[in-house]
Design a protein around this ligand. Sequence first.
Ligand code: EPZ
Length: 421
Amino acid sequence: MPLWSVTGGNELTGSLAVQGSKNAVLPILAASVVGGGVSRITDCPLLRDVDASLEILRFLGCGVMQNRGEILIQSDGMSRNHIPHALMLKMRSSVMYLGAILARCGEVRLSAPGGCELGSRPIDLHLKALAALGAEISEAGGEVCCRAAQLKGAHINLDFPSVGATENVMLAACAAEGTTVLTNAAREPEIVDLQSFLNAKGASIRGAGTSEIRIDGFAPVPYTEHSVLPDRIAAATYLCAAAAAGGDIRLTHAVPEHLETVLSALRQMGCAIVVDADGIRLRRFGPMRAGRPVITRPYPGFPTDAQALLMAASLRAEGTNVFVENIFESRFRHVPELRRFGADVRVEGRVAMVCGVKTLYGAPVTATDLRGGAAMVLAGLSAEGETQVFDSGHIERGYERFDECLRALGADVKRLEDPQG
Ligand code: EPZ
């Protein structure tokens, strides 16, 4: 298992091209089975979650070839419509295969994804929506089974703009007779990327990025190419790294429009940010300061995935920063670990108050989840001495070559193997 060694004190400088998006490519890999055919996906990030999804595609009987960031999937040979527990355990987003396999085979069986580090994470909205399309849903022995001789278009209103439920409806409704109208849909940029891929594959979907999406059937094409969207949360991570350590960096292959709330929060906290044709430049030399409360909301609100990252960058800010976590019930699990650096963070329910301290001290800490793990490395960049981040593999689920990218910006970060295994 990885052990990240971080020695703080270096300001960050230089330029970095941002990786492809984890949260865009995962539903796209699942979508590659809809309608069969060959899909060539480029700018695909090299991540443990991507490996897990390719393992599922191979298990389903698809041909998969990978050459670094390029993936070729031949899904005509798909021969299975179920995913065993062991594969589901590897990655929560395997739930995306529910809508994709149902659309392809008319029946899908997979082991119910349990909770995770972020809380209970039920899939009731997914199942309710698939039932509205006419699927018969049964749950037994820890498995979910959805079956439909013919899915039928419907008007579906989501109780909450869930990203996953929106994506599963888009996938399943491709095989529905008639039109599906999804309202109160999630508006994340990754949903727009999924729409582009599915439309290139023969679907007729409009409205992604707004809260109303229309899906009008599918005329499969044999060959599809798609280049994955840049990862806005990876971009937020490197911007917060420069805010935490100080310095002057430029990010290329990033979409500034997808980061507006993150950029605005960093500006309020004292970072100078310039957005131009070459990307996003962030400079931070003076102390960070307190900004307006950071309240996580569905897109275009402040992303919950950047909460821990910005918190790590605010630990030495002058004054008090307030974070309100509205999306997940337990997404402050990184706080006790941040306190080990000498940070002053107080949590009351879904509110965390960060009172800035003068100095942080390197410490042995544990990665509690993907973004919490990255936040530990960021805190280590602004601490005195060495930090060791013990990580059971969280960080590499979502970050490609994390240590190399930070070193390219001048950080002293090494990925070691944990001698305790
Ligand atoms: C996606 O998860 C992302 N994952 C998450 O990123 C991200 O945090 C989340 O959206 C919110 O932005 C991927 O895209 C692969 P949701 P998802 O369904 O789809 C509740 C990261 O760090 N809910 O929008 O699972 C749910 O429990 C990850 O990259 C129900 O109650 O998120 C949560 O509290 C972490 N019932 C909230 O809604 C349901 O049926 C948002 O969940 C579905 C969701």
